[in-house]
Design a protein around this ligand. Sequence first.
Ligand SMILES: [Zn+2]
Length: 349
Amino acid sequence: MNEVHRIDLPRIVLVGKGVIDSLGEICEELGLVKPLIVTGRKTYEIAGKRAMKILAEAGLQSETTLVSNADLGTVEKVSEEAVTGKVDSVIGVGGGRTIDIAKISAYKSDTFFISVPTTASHDGIASSLASIKGLGKPYSMKANSPIAVLADSRIIAESPYRFTASGCGDVISKAVSVRDWRMAHKENGEYYGEYAGSLALMSSNLIIRNAHLIRDRLEEGYRILLEALVSCGVAMSIAGSSRPCSGSEHLFSHTLDMIAPDAALHGEQCGVGAIMMAKLHGLDWGEIKETLRVIDAPTTAEELSIDDETLIKALVMANTIRPERYTILSKVNLTEGSARAIAQECEVI
Ligand SMILES: [Zn+2]
């Protein structure tokens, strides 16, 4: 058997204060001459406008499109703009949703994707996966890996802290997703990549160790988080799937997206899910919970703005939304009673 394992990684990653100012040079270095900037209404003021100016100063002929929804219609519209405008790249300047639209639009229009996140809310900033409404499934689809990531810590430090705390929740949850993946390997014969698994786990440990730097809004804390989010994206690219970064805790979060849409942020839900799934795995769930507390991320149903019954429903349903993904939930098969017990033991409800 000659199975080829293909890995696409970002070619350039810049993390630090003011790195957005290098956008023009980076495009030139990559041989890109006609980018399309995709930005949100708010993020246009924060960074989109600046990106336009930087590209103009570099003598690049860029176009800009403002997006508001992360749905299939928006993706179709942006992809069409990319094709008719004959652009060679799509630059996503914004939060998680804007980045996802830009990523899928680049994939659909067969152009390069550059990621310029304005928040650190989840690990999609450097991954090849994106989620969008209207695809008929609550989890992510495969698109292009960004060719470059410019994560400007100054811009991210100015975004609402809640997004940063959510990004931490997403990274911390890899303690569980890697365990789920290893279990699937041992018990279900699934491929497991030691390197990708270690990278995701290391990212989680880094956030646990440096939680106080993030809570204190220190530059070093933002850098650690951004590098951890980029590492998670790289781990998924190496694995060729979301496996190292998305296990039972993500199934819980995706289920909440279906039954309680827009109640909380992705990473916030993953963090709370990770507390309970860690308990099911026999991991140190107390450490995960304490870290989330230090970071000021939600640790209870109430803090996720959902009621106890919704949380229990999500726990019971989580195993059904993606049956092919073998996790601890495939094994324990939670009932309403056992789901309630686990949530109560972890004091999530
Ligand atoms: Zn995630």
